[in-house]
Write a protein that binds this ligand. Sequence first.
Ligand code: CAA
Length: 381
Amino acid sequence: MDFDLSDDLIAVRDGAREFAERELLPRAAASDEAEAFVEAQWKACGEAGWAGMSIPEAYGGQGLSAVATSLALAELSRACAATGVTVSVHLGLCSAALVRWGNEEQRRRYLPRLASGEWLGAYALSEAGSGSDAAALRCAATPDGAGGFVLDGSKLWITSGDHANLVVVFARTSNESKAKGITAFLVETSWPGVQPGKKEKKMGIRGSSTVEMRLDRVRVPAANVLGEVNQGFSVAMGLLDGGRIGIACQALGIAQACLEASVKYAKEREQFGQPIASFESIQWKLAEMALRIDAARLLILRAAWLKDQGRPHTREASMAKLDASRTADFCAKEAVQVHGGAGYTKEFPVERYFRDARITEIYEGTTEIQNLVIAREVLRG
Ligand code: CAA
């Protein structure tokens, strides 16, 4: 048992921090304010190799482990949570689908472009009537008679949906079974019939775009069926096991930023003739934040380590996501409190962290769904 990070892992973490402070941090507030996609941040991630960090080197990526990727994702998110989720979904929910379920031809066709950041990836599972109950999806995939399918329906809450080039779409290929009637498809957004719909106006992570995606008689060739027909729900869930580690990292990055901002402010701000950091009431807040951040980090590293070993990590990923997102929420609330009235204004970044933190308890499975997943695993014994 060794709690020290290796030199290689420290280099990845520090490299990501240095990059994020230089390229992401200065742009984060403006993207949030303008509700504008993190275009420049994404481009910088591509140029610096972060867009392909977990994609194998054979396909143009950096081939980083899940542990290394987690450390880097937390650093990107500490600077800009909107970039954090953009990269997390691109890698964890789209590129990872090709790495794990794609055939060699599909990998060669798409992964190099995803790894370089030339292409952005997305994931389309949810619909208006199927959020937490993901297997209830209704988007229809009808055989075209030539081994391909025609997709018809509408997907919701698609991260980067209006900027992405490739989307992993889940659609119904059989009505005979709920979960075992779903298939995964690799859909290029330039194809006829693929149209971004309504763009959500969000409370936080406003630099990440979240859109509806309409699929109107979209012809998907046989070469773009991902994995086996009717086995797509396992693909969706397997991807979320990894994606949830990514969102946990995003939450951890936000929480860390909250703590650092609070420590800085508490040392500078004076009341009653002394820095507020000298008051026990503030110290306890900082201590509780630090404690919860460390606990979340350990849960994340355990889940990522299991993933690297090729071992099951459904329960551990849900635990990491549940704990880290609660931690982000807690730290953001306390950070605003430490800043007092100033924290309620846009003069300080904690106002943005407060709004950004909230979504981490909602997307890629709500806190309630993580509890359900953990409980099922616990009861299974
Ligand atoms: N890995 C692989 N396969 C899995 C799996 C996993 N972790 N979990 C389930 N499966 C497979 C199993 O093969 C199972 O079949 P068996 O009965 O043969 O074992 C099949 O799926 C059905 O599983 P369940 O009976 O457990 O399915 P369920 O309908 O009860 O649903 C659920 C389970 C956990 C509630 C699931 O629906 C879920 O995770 N819901 C939340 C969905 C979610 O996270 N959505 C987020 C979308 S992405 C997003 O947020 C936007 C974004 O871009 C960021």
